[in-house]
Each structure stands twice: as C-alpha cells, then as structure tokens.
Ligand binder design. Structure first.
Ligand SMILES: Nc1ncnc2c1ncn2[C@@H]1O[C@H](COP(=O)(O)OP(=O)(O)O)[C@@H](O)[C@H]1O
Ligand SMILES: [Mg+2]
Length: 171
C-alpha cells in the first residue's frame, strides 16, 4: 500500500518534515498493534531482520511508548548479546553485533545542529545500523532515507506501531 506517512511531527508540527521530500515521494507504511512489551520487541526483531549496513531507523513517539523496547528487538536481530538500554544521558551507545549498531537517544538534544556536532556523520554513513530515538529532534539533519517508526499509545493500553519506508511512487 502506498500512502503518505502519518504525521510524525509532535514537536515539529507545522515544520515541513523532510519525509515528504524523499525521491519518488512515496512511503510504504504498515501498522501493527501490540499488547505488551514482548510483542513490541518482536516487531523490532522483525524489522531488524530486514536491515542492511547503512540503514537508519528513526523512532518517534511519546515517553514510555516503547521506543527502547523496540530498539532492543532490533539489536537482538543484529546479533547484539549485551543488554541495550536507552542512552538518554550519553546520547549515543555503540554496540558490535553482526555489524555496528549505533543507538541514539536525542531526548536531551537542544537543536538539530547539535546532532551534527555529535559526530554522527560517520555513523550514519558507515557500515552499521543507526537507530535514533526522538529522531524528530534532528530535524532536517536526519537523512531522508531513514525508515520511520512511530509508536503511539492506544486506548486499550497497548501500542500502535507504524513503520514507514521511503521509496516507491507517490500515492
Ligand atoms: N504494548 C506495549 N509495547 C511496549 N511497551 C509496553 C507495552 N505495554 C506496556 N509497555 C511498557 O512500556 C514501557 C516502554 O518503555 P521504553 O521502551 O523505555 O519507552 P520509550 O523508550 O519510548 O520512552 C516499558 O516499561 C514496557 O514494559
Ligand atoms: Mg527510550
């Protein structure tokens, strides 16, 4: 199914997201509902199995939505054995699995410039997988090729996970 990505901007609402500027203009989106953390981790695992060196996963959603739980699933599929925790204070943690895994948490980032100053260029364009929690904080500095994952609370206490991959024709 081809469609425009859902509104990822909570903080950046109104500010044009680079999402819509992707070459080809299209996004392929899929929505999954999960009832507990294990199910969310499993959706992360399944995405992780599809990732290639150089891929970027941009995670958005409110505090406590399950971004880090999702990241743990991704990390598992990349062969990372050690526990993955949110690098809220360090902003970036690096792990070595089948390939490097850069886990970023931009919750405390001030401006998109600071994302660049962290020295992420080499990571984003290297041979590892980068996963960015609070990716909206990177604004336009986030590469357009990122796979977007938005996790929302649903009314029944579970979560709604929307994964949008850039590419394809515009809807
Ligand atoms: N369906 C669900 N999916 C993910 N997490 C859930 C779900 N239901 C409850 N939880 C809980 O929500 C919390 C999510 O925490 P975390 O992954 O750190 O969120 P974030 O990184 O988005 O702030 C965990 O304590 C987890 O057990
Ligand atoms: Mg987190």
């Amino acid at each position: 199914m081809l469609q425009k990505p859902p509104n990822f901007g909570t903080r950046n609402k109104g500010k044009a997201f680079s999402l819509t500027a992707t070459r080809g203009g299209g996004f392929r989106s899929s929505e999954t509902r999960t009832q507990d953390a294990e199910e969310t981790r499993d959706v992360g695992r399944r995405l992780g199995e599809t990732l290639q060196p150089g891929d970027i996963v941009a995670l958005t959603g409110p505090l406590g939505a399950g971004k880090t739980v999702f990241a743990q699933g991704v990390a598992e599929s990349l062969g990372i054995g050690e526990p993955v925790t949110s690098p809220t204070f360090t902003l970036i943690s690096e792990y070595e699995g089948n390939m490097p895994f850069y886990h970023m948490d931009l919750y405390r980032l001030g401006t998109p410039d600071e994302f660049v100053w962290l020295g992420v260029e080499e990571m984003l364009n290297g041979s590892g997988v980068s996963l960015v929690e609070w990716s909206e904080k990177a604004g336009e500095e986030l590469p357009e090729r990122a796979i977007h994952v938005r996790i929302e609370f649903s009314n029944d206490g579970g979560r709604i996970i929307v994964i949008s991959r850039p590419g394809g024709e515009a809807a």
